[in-house]
Structure formats: structure tokens, C-alpha cells
Design a protein around this ligand. Structure first.
Ligand code: MSP
Length: 645
């Protein structure tokens, strides 16, 4: 419960080998929700996120894009950094593992652990998964394959540095047992303890520079860089200006990490042991959530079902999107994302329950009291005797307890229970009947006051998940929320005490909080125009990967000439980063001299083929029908060799 300790919340620092997606957005949004909740309690908070930029995964991603690692990590890191404000995520610091100050901390801690004798040099042969950038034990593999990448790991033998994790195994077991919510929810604590029942192997913490240069050099051997997890985990302390920073002193021991189950082991085992070995107190809680699937499948590029948070925000609105994520996933378990489920919640929870409650109450306040908050006579109030005060107190209490233990979905469930009760009370007390008789005017005042007060409390409780809607509600309840208020207008304590609405306050004109989303019926086949018989059928679908295997490039035509005795063919010499000869069947539609200098699109990795005696090394793309052929080109000018995606 509330203990007034400062609150330090972190997300994983995300790898820059992929664009931000729904999964990253979830973790970062719940971190934001937790941080806003603690700010509402008046507690000093610090919210850290960032990007993880070293390691061979990143080098390979950069190579794929034809960029240097530096240029590549700068570009993708910026995408993450720029996305978060769009989702109203108010982090306090964005750390990058390529920040020199972070790198200096990593070196310092490596040296300290080395000096203490917990890092040794040895030979190692093991099964290495390049995707995960780590060695696997046979036991961890599923059918001989990496469980994450479904690929067989490669056997690698090399001399490396090792971290003596085994030395701290018993200490970690006792620490977890003595602090039962060190790792939560419980299922993940049990998973870590189960893992710790087997002897811990020492952790290989170096990579020879001959294999990987993009990393932090070991301070005690410049032929090696450090293993990416040893670098990444330390961001949580380097971001607080460890060891002497004021922030470190204030926030560190209170650290609460949020991660998904994929990175439980590094956070539940490596990290506390690293801290212990470095003489740094361990974090307070590791909060672990499950995985989002999309339309019942794992999100993956090849399935083409990677949900883009910005697209969803733009279509459905930011607060609706944030609310959905927070409410739909039981923190700790996997959840399924679908647009149908999102629309379902928007219509049921937001447009119906909350939106209707808000518009019914404010409309009645305008209709019966010209929008002036009425008095609530305590005598009459007792007589009216709605259970609303007790319900609201309960909602605030459960909300606070659940938010404290990262039960976000349960916290909001409690708020929606209150909303449901209020909607019921409106029907029960039937203010429209009270309004018919002069003699029940005082009752009407008491009832409407109560509903307005209930709305005030709801508007505060929704703030962490839906900051914009909360502010809008508060303004419509007559509170003067400043334009660029950085934080809630209500603190949690003011929500727990009944009676915050001031009688006599004039309410501004009401508004609709969440319009219903009309679900469009699918286009009926009768309405669609009949297919054109000249247009061929669309071929059977292929995977994203299959499409990606075709290497399409922009090419500039350098030379074009007819091929003797071949009426339809032209021999083209093109520049696509390198010179190529291509045979194209466009002679009846284009004069060779008109083609020189034109930019075209070429399938560059087709197996070369001899056509009428000339070797064609690639294929030019063109739109072809019975009468016409038009070559495909790019708009404006592009560098020859630029890939198409
Ligand atoms: N760089 C490491 C973390 C180092 S922290 C010291 C890493 N990066 S990651 O980009 O792969 O991010 C993993 C995290 O992203 C997960 O732990 C989770 O927070 C989030 N998610 C990525 N995909 C997700 C889902 N499909 N569902 C829920 N969260 C997911 O691991």
C-alpha cells in the first residue's frame, strides 16, 4: 500500500532491429499509467525507457539496410523516441546504450566485478543462437532448435570471459524466498525458482572482436566486447547517473522493472546477480506481463500482422487505444488483440457505460439546474440513501491497491463497476420523476449532486489510462484545468474524500466523450462491379518472406540497342549500383534512344537466362496487356541500386 517511497519505473530498452509495434507500446503505456498513478499520489516518480543498440543482431539489421551501425541505430532509436509522445507517454529519460556516459558505467562495473574475482577467462564450446545472441544448453532447446527462432543453433568454440553466476545462486534463491513479491505475478517467480533448482551455469559475458566489433570493449581486454545483456541491463542504473548522481540516490533502490515474459531470465537471474556482484542493492520488483498475440497468432513480419500503434491511434483515438490495452490484458497473462475486440470495448465500455453516464448526468444538470451544481442537503441525502458514497470509496480503494501491485486490468475493472452502479442508480432514482413534482426538488438536487460527484471521482480514476479524456471531463465538470497542465487536476487523496464538487459552480456546455463506432457491413458481392475478363486473376497468396525474396532495384538505363532478328527484344545495359545486361521484350513499344537515361525497376536476383543468344541478368518490370506495354518507373530520381520495399 501507499508508503510514500519514490517510484522508479523502467521499460525494457528496445532493440533497434525492428520498428516499434503493439507489444512495445503496451509495456511503455502501462509504465506510463503506473507513473501517472504515482504522480497522483504526490510521490516523486522517474520513468525510464530507451533503446538497446549493440550486438550482432543490430549489425546484421544495419547491413540489410546498407547502413553503418551508427547511422542505422540513430534512425531507429529516433522512431521509438518520437513515437512515445504521440502516445502521450511522458518518460523522464530516454537512454541509449550508445550514450558515452552509459558506456563508461558499463566499463566501470565490469572492471569492478573483474577485480572482485567474479569474472574469469576460459574456453567454451556451446550451441549459439545468433537470433538470441546467446548460448543455449541442450535442455533449453525444443527439438534441437531455439524455441524463439525455430532455428538450429550453431556450435561455436572460443575463448571468452565468464561471470561466476553460480557463486550467487543460493543467495538469489533466499532473496526470492524472503521477498515473495520480488518477481510478480507469482507464476513468474515460480518459473525463476524452478530454473534455479538446477545448477546455474556461468554466463559467457564477452564476444571476441574478430566476430563482433559493435559493442563496449572490455576494460581489461581490448580484444573483446561485452555481451549485449551485460551492457543493456546496466542502463537501469547508468540512466540515474550511477554512482554519484542525485537521482541514483533517490530512485535506485525503489526500482520497479516492467518486462514481458520473453526476457524473464535475464531480468530475474542475471540482473540481480550482476547487482549483487557489483555491490549495488537489488531492485524492488520485477513486474512481468504476458504476450500480445494479434488475431490469435504470434505477431510476425512474415504473417503481416504486426499491429502499428500509430495507425490504431489515428483510427480509434489515443485514449480508447490506451484504455483497451490496459483493460484487455490481464497483467501476467497473454492476451489477444483484434480490431473487433477494440471496437467492442470502445462501444461497450467507453461510448455506452462511461460516455452515456457522463452525458446523462451533465444533461440533467443542465436541464434541471441550468448547469449550476446544486446543493446537497445532508438530511435529504440520508433520505435518498443511494449506496454511491460507499461504492465510490470501495472503487478508489480497490483501484489504489491494484495499481500498486500492477493489476491494471483489475484496477479499471473496479472503476467500471462503479460506473455500472451509477448508471443503475440513475434508473433507480429516476430523476425525471422527481423533476415532475415541486415537492421533490430537494431530492432531485441531492441526487444530481451525487452523480456529479461520482463523475468527478471517475474522471480522476481514469486519468492514468486516459489523460486527455480525464481533463476533458474535469473541464466539463467546471474545474479550471490549465491548458498545459502537466499532471492530473485531482490527486488521489481528493478522490478518496467525498464532496469535491462545489455547489453553485456553472458547468460549461456538455460534450460527447466517445462516439460509437459503427461497424460497417462487408461489401456485398452484388454491389461490387463485375470482374474485367481482360484482367488476370490474382495469384494465390504468398508469405511476406516469399515476397521479400525478390530483390527489386531502381536501375538507370545506360545503353539500349535492338537485338538482330529478335523483333520484340531490346538489349539494355543498366546501372543498378553495378552494371548489368538485361534483355527486355519492349522493342515494339519503345525506341532504344528514348530509353537511355530512364529509370526503371529491375528484379535483380533472378537467375540469369540466355534469350536469343544474349545473357539477361535480371528482369525489367512493365505493365503489359494485349495492346500496350508500359515500363514501371519511380517518381523523381533515385540512386541507381536503391531497393524497393
Ligand atoms: N533489448 C532487450 C531488452 C533489454 S532490457 C535491459 C529486448 N528488446 S526487445 O525489443 O525485444 O523488447 C522486448 C520487450 O518488448 C518485451 O519484454 C515486451 O516488453 C515488449 N514486447 C515485444 N513484443 C511483445 C508482445 N508481442 N507482447 C507484449 N510485449 C512485447 O528484449
Amino acid at each position: 500500500m501507499a508508503d510514500g517511497r519514490p517510484f522508479y519505473i523502467t521499460t525494457p530498452i528496445y532493440y533497434v532491429n525492428a520498428r516499434p509495434h503493439l507489444g512495445h507500446a503496451y509495456t511503455t503505456i502501462v509504465a506510463d499509467v503506473a507513473s501517472r498513478f504515482h504522480a497522483m499520489k504526490g510521490i516523486p516518480t522517474f520513468f525510464l525507457t530507451g533503446t538497446d543498440e549493440h550486438g550482432d543482431k543490430i549489425v546484421r539489421a544495419a547491413q540489410k539496410e546498407n547502413l553503418s551501425p551508427r547511422a542505422y541505430v540513430d534512425a531507429i532509436s529516433r522512431q521509438f523516441r518520437d513515437l512515445w509522445p504521440e502516445l502521450n507517454i511522458g518518460y523522464d529519460r530516454f537512454i541509449r546504450t550508445t550514450d558515452p556516459a552509459h558506456m563508461a558505467v558499463v566499463e566501470k562495473i565490469l572492471q569492478r566485478i573483474y577485480d572482485a574475482g567474479d569474472i574469469y577467462y576460459g574456453e567454451y564450446e556451446g550451441l549459439y543462437c545468433f537470433g538470441c545472441e546467446r548460448f543455449y544448453t541442450e535442455r533449453e532447446l525444443v527439438d534441437g532448435k531455439c524455441p524463439d527462432h525455430q532455428t538450429e543453433p550453431e556450435t561455436i568454440r572460443e575463448s571468452n570471459y565468464f561471470f561466476k553466476m553460480s557463486r550467487y545462486q543460493d543467495w538469489l534463491i533466499s532473496h526470492i524466498q524472503e521477498n515473495p513479491d520480488f518477481i510478480r505475478p507469482e507464476r513468474y517467480k515460480n518459473e525463476v525458482l524452478a530454473f534455479l533448482r538446477e545448477p546455474l551455469e556461468d554466463l559467457c559475458i564477452s564476444r571476441p572482436k574478430s566476430r563482433l566489433e559493435w559493442g563496449i570493449t572490455l576494460p581489461f581486454d581490448d580484444k573483446y566486447v561485452t555481451y549485449v545483456w551485460f551492457d543493456a541491463l546496466l542502463n537501469y542504473v547508468s540512466a540515474l547517473d550511477y554512482p554519484d548522481g542525485e537521482r541514483y540516490r533517490t530512485f535506485w533502490p525503489q526500482a520497479q522493472h516492467i518486462v514481458a515474459k520473453d526476457i524473464l531470465k535475464p531480468h530475474g537471474i542475471y540482473w540481480p546477480i550482476m547487482l549483487k556482484a557489483a555491490g549495488i542493492p537489488v531492485y524492488r520488483h520485477l513486474n512481468v506481463h504476458g504476450y500480445w498475440n494479434v488475431d490469435e497468432s504470434k505477431m510476425s513480419k512474415s504473417l503481416g500482422n504486426v499491429a502499428d500503434p500509430l495507425d490504431l491511434k489515428n483510427v480509434y483515438g489515443l485514449d480508447a487505444f490506451r484504455y483497451f490495452l490496459v483493460r484487455e490484458m490481464a497483467f501476467g497473462l497473454d492476451a489477444n488483440f483484434s480490431e473487433a475486440a477494440l471496437v467492442g470495448r470502445i462501444n461497450a465500455d467507453l461510448a455506452n457505460d462511461l460516455g452515456n453516464l457522463f452525458s446523462r448526468v451533465t444533461a440533467m444538470a443542465h436541464k434541471y439546474f441550468k448547469g449550476v451544481v446544486p446543493e446537497c442537503d445532508p438530511e435529504i441525502d440520508r433520505e435518498v440513501n443511494l449506496g454511491l458514497v460507499t461504492d465510490a470509496e470501495k472503487a478508489v480503494r480497490v483501484f489504489e491497491e491494484e495499481m500498486e501491485r500492477f493489476g491494471f486490468h483489475k484496477a479499471y475493472n473496479a472503476v467500471w463497476e462503479l460506473i455500472g452502479r451509477m448508471n443503475k442508480y440513475i434508473d433507480m432514482s429516476a430523476p425525471w420523476e422527481l423533476a415532475k413534482k415541486k415537492s421533490s426538488r430537494r431530492q432531485l438536487e441531492a441526487v444530481i449532486y451525487k452523480f456529479l460527484e461520482g463523475l468527478r471521482i471517475v474522471s480522476g480514476l481514469i486519468y492514468p489510462a486516459m489523460p486527455e479524456t480525464a481533463v476533458s471531463m474535469q473541464r466539463h465538470l467546471g474545474f479550471d484545468v490549465p491548458e498545459n497542465a502537466d499532471g492530473p487536476y485531482f490527486d488521489l487523496a481528493s478522490l478518496a474524500s467525498w464532496g469535491g464538487m462545489a455547489p453553485g459552480t456553472q458547468l460549461p456546455k456538455s460534450t460527447t466523450l466517445f462516439p460509437r463506432i459503427e461497424v460497417k457491413e462487408k461489401e456485398t458481392p452484388e454491389e461490387a462491379p463485375p470482374p474485367d475478363p481482360d484482367i488476370p486473376e490474382i495469384k494465390p497468396e504468398i508469405s511476406f518472406d516469399a515476397f521479400g525474396a525478390v530483390d527489386l532495384r531502381v536501375a538507370t538505363i545506360i545503353k539500349a540497342e535492338a537485338i538482330p532478328r529478335a523483333k520484340k527484344l531490346l538489349k539494355l545495359e543498366v546501372d543498378l549500383g553495378r552494371r548489368r545486361t538485361i534483355v527486355a521484350g519492349i522493342a515494339q513499344h519503345y525506341d532504344p534512344e528514348d530509353l537511355v537515361g530512364k529509370q526503371v525497376i529491375v528484379a535483380a536476383n533472378l537467375k540469369p537466362a540466355k534469350i536469343m543468344g544474349t545473357l539477361s541478368n535480371g528482369m525489367l518490370l512493365a505493365a503489359v496487356d494485349k495492346k500496350k506495354t508500359a515500363i514501371a518507373t519511380v517518381e523523381g530520381e533515385m540512386k541507381p541500386g536503391t531497393p524497393l520495399r
